[in-house]
Design a protein around this ligand. Sequence first.
Ligand code: MEV
Length: 287
Amino acid sequence: MTTASAAGKAILLGEHAVVYGCPAIAVPVSDVRATAEVTTLPTGRGVLINALDLKRCYLLDREYKDDAARPLQCTVRNTLEHLGIALNGCALRIVVNSQIPIARGMGSGTAVSTAIVRALAQHYARHLSPRTVSDLVYRTEVILHGTPSGIDNAVVAFEEPIYFIKGRRPETFFVGKPFTLVIADTGVVSKTRDTVAQVRHKWVSARGYYNALFDEITAAVEEAKRAIASGDLPQLGAMMNHNQSLLQKLQVSSTELERLIKAARRAGALGAKLSGGGKGGCMIALV
Ligand code: MEV
């Protein structure tokens, strides 16, 4: 049996604008993880994917109506193909499990795909670079999210804080002083695919207005990167707050998120904002 895992993630600043070519900063959340276990089965049994947290079992070569099957099947198929393993005659059990809350902006789907890619590569004694893992997972992200920027697969595959611009190699950056984040879950399920589509719909109808918001988000991300490098945490918090006000203008916040953000700021957080797609999911606070 071969086991591998992958971390969750949080977008520190720049979500949504990153889909339009603007920069964003993301950090891995290594305390919550998805795992994948691969076992060889007797010949003829086919490839079985057992998603424990969903309480579902899928065969690789069967079609299912359920939304969760396709991303799992695609990840397995693309990875086996990349490793040069013939699907015909392949007999495996892949058990996946995740501690990361689903559809809350913390990258649960990305982490599950990344754990599967890593576990399959290890099972066949192959080393895949973080770049290759990220590229393989991106192909599943397209199914999960429609038009992903690629930031989620990059931060989870590299498992390092990254400064990211779509289509470019992710950059790591200097952190002048360690900082602590509190992550709070609204408990509201929100699919990134839906919020990204809503923003696109608005952008199509008023490009000038939305591009100006994206430019302001870019300036906040750049200033936050400088603040992280110089260890200026109050300035980082201020940029997170500013980013949140711009996300409100993009209409991706929600009553539940605003309530958590207000509570965090009232309790002394230097900055607080939604993280990920928004309209539910998680809030992050710099404490
Ligand atoms: C999701 O974690 C971040 C978004 O910007 C979508 C993306 O970048 O693909 C909302």
